[in-house]
Design a protein. Structure first.
Length: 324
């Protein structure tokens, strides 16, 4: 049966669309100086091999819209390379993807996103049951957006849902497992946590630099947790500088900024412990590779823990490291 592609999801999003606010960042869309999105020519010397194209050109070559291409990069369906012009797609990678069996229908099917209603219809279950399974952490959302009522709307990969149906068909009928019922009754909801875990894995797959890798788990820790986990203020400042954005957010997000900030920050003690442990391990690797940058030593540049004099403005460096 032919795959039905949701035309609504395939549309280019208008600038004001709330869906845009919940899309993870995908660096590489902006072209470098003098680049118009075409081939960069040989890029072996600046940090790549062969020829590469900007994300916009790669999306057009694959017949994908912006949302689909970003998702393809996040899921590893389309691999990217780091070049002197930033992250791009090698022409060889485009040839690999387009030569795959069933292209483009098979690729689009793997990128298909569904909301709660469509996901429940796909599995032949009620929307309430699908929501309970998602809250219980049986599958991870792939994206979200915040609607006009400041409510979070979760989106899932259709392939994740069908795989769950094959792997654990008993979850689709009968009574809800007792353990899940108890967890839901206690107010547990793992949708944000499983989404964060998915994004962390995606971001780690995009870098080999040890400090950038350490900045990934640091990106979901609140300022208090980060200060507790990383005592050195220069290291904290470096991690803040490098940490990736889990989602794109327009400056005019305004009233929903706090909703998104809450979603990208780990809040469950168990989740926080896992990310702190991952950060500690990554920091060990980063420190062995090279120290965090520090200003020139001297009495004027040394950091101290004295409270600022009332009325005295903070230095730029103090702002960067979170000194109040």
């Amino acid at each position: 049966m032919a795959v039905r592609v949701d035309q609504e999801l395939r549309k280019s999003q208008e600038p004001w669309s709330p869906e845009w606010l919940g899309e993870p960042s995908a660096p590489g869309w902006a072209s470098g100086p003098g680049d118009h999105g075409g081939s960069a020519g040989p890029v072996g010397s600046p940090g790549g091999a062969g020829e590469s194209v900007a994300f916009g050109a790669a999306a057009r070559a694959l017949g994908l819209n912006t949302r689909e291409f970003e998702l393809a990069v996040q899921l590893g369906e389309v691999r990217t390379v780091t070049t002197g012009l930033g992250r791009r797609v090698a022409c060889e990678e485009l040839r690999r993807v387009t030569a795959a069996e069933g292209f483009p229908e098979a690729l689009i099917a793997r990128l298909r996103e569904v909301g709660t209603a469509e996901g429940a219809e796909l599995l032949g279950i009620t929307q309430g049951r699908l929501t309970r399974l998602a809250r219980g952490g049986f599958f991870a959302p792939v994206r979200f957006y915040v609607n006009r009522y400041r409510a979070v709307v979760w989106l899932y990969l259709a392939s994740d849902l069908t795989e769950l149906a094959v792997r654990q068909p008993e979850l689709l009928s009968g009574r809800t497992p007792p353990g899940l019922s108890a967890a839901l009754a206690a107010g547990e909801d793992w949708r944000a946590a499983t989404w964060r875990g998915r994004r962390i894995g995606q971001l780690l797959a995009q870098t080999e630099d040890p400090w950038e890798r350490a900045a990934v788990p640091a990106s979901v820790l609140g300022s208090v947790e980060l200060a507790s986990a990383v005592a050195d203020p220069y290291e904290r400042a470096h991690l803040r500088e490098l940490r990736p954005a889990l989602v794109r957010m327009r400056p005019e997000a305004g009233a929903i900024r706090d909703v998104i900030d809450a979603l990208v920050t780990a809040d469950d003690p168990r989740e926080i412990r896992r990310y702190r442990a991952a950060l500690a391990s990554s920091l060990d690797d980063a420190r062995r590779a090279r120290p965090a940058p520090r200003p020139d030593a001297g009495p004027e540049s040394a950091l101290d823990d004295r409270p600022p004099v009332p009325g005295r403005s903070r230095s730029l460096w103090q702002k960067l490291i979170g000194r109040r």
